[in-house]
Design a protein around this ligand. Structure first.
Ligand SMILES: C[S@@+](CC[C@H](N)C(=O)[O-])C[C@H]1O[C@@H](n2cnc3c(N)ncnc32)[C@H](O)[C@@H]1O
Length: 196
């Protein structure tokens, strides 16, 4: 399902109310979403998590790439967004909570470690403590060989908080690939793929 004009307007409104957590004025573009989805083999994954699903710009592409047996859970701290995603994708488990609390829900749904975690979390806006805490949780809940995908906006590359996040990833993951710039996104971004 594509992102319609209503979703874009609601997204921009949420950005005005919560600029630091929403972090972009419009949802991710179809091209950025495809770049993320094409970097992993979702059809073989049994457990997939999305952190920061927003209004579902990437969620729809994840859903259409999954096998029928896969369990997919999407998180967002913003209740307006989780309501939109629940309505658009009734088969998805959508949780309105901080990604920091993900392990509680994995226990609740008797989920094993994840094969793939796709994150839109605004890493450059997080404090050092939050970056370390979240990176530790993500690493812990990912199975060995599992993939963690995220993206950074190009303008944040100049921020110390972005460099700190990259160093945190480098310390934990055995392999990290950074894509070329995806210019067809507002703001332009680069996809980061980490292999545990
Ligand atoms: C850049 S937006 C991306 C939204 C959507 N995935 C997209 O690509 O259009 C980041 C999203 O992360 C959510 N978010 C920020 N911090 C969060 C946290 N600690 N836990 C869960 N969601 C969070 C925001 O509410 C927002 O929806």
């Amino acid at each position: 399902m594509s992102t319609d004009i209503h979703d874009i307007m609601e997204f921009s409104k949420q950005f005005l109310f919560h600029p630091s957590t929403v972090s972009s004025i419009v949802p991710s573009s179809k091209i950025l979403s495809s770049k993320i989805i094409d970097s992993v083999n979702l059809s073989d994954a049994k457990i997939v998590l999305e952190l920061g699903c927003g209004s579902g710009a990437i969620t729809g592409d994840i859903v259409s790439s999954l096998s029928a047996e896969a369990v997919f859970v999407a998180f967002d701290v913003n209740q307006t967004f989780t309501e939109i995603v629940k309505q658009k994708y009734p088969g998805v488990i959508v949780i309105n909570d901080l990604a920091e609390n993900i392990e509680k829900y994995m226990k609740r749904y008797s989920m094993d470690r994840a094969d793939i975690i796709i994150s839109s979390l605004p890493w450059a806006a997080f404090s050092r403590v939050t970056q370390i805490r979240l990176a530790r949780i993500i690493y812990r809940i990912l199975r060995p060989g599992g993939r963690f995908l995220t993206y950074s906006y190009l303008h944040t590359f100049a921020f110390p908080s972005h460099n700190r996040f990259r160093k945190i990833l480098n310390k934990r993951f055995k392999m990290i690939e950074i894509s070329g710039a995806v210019w067809a996104n507002l703001p332009p971004a680069s996809v980061i793929k980490c292999i545990k």
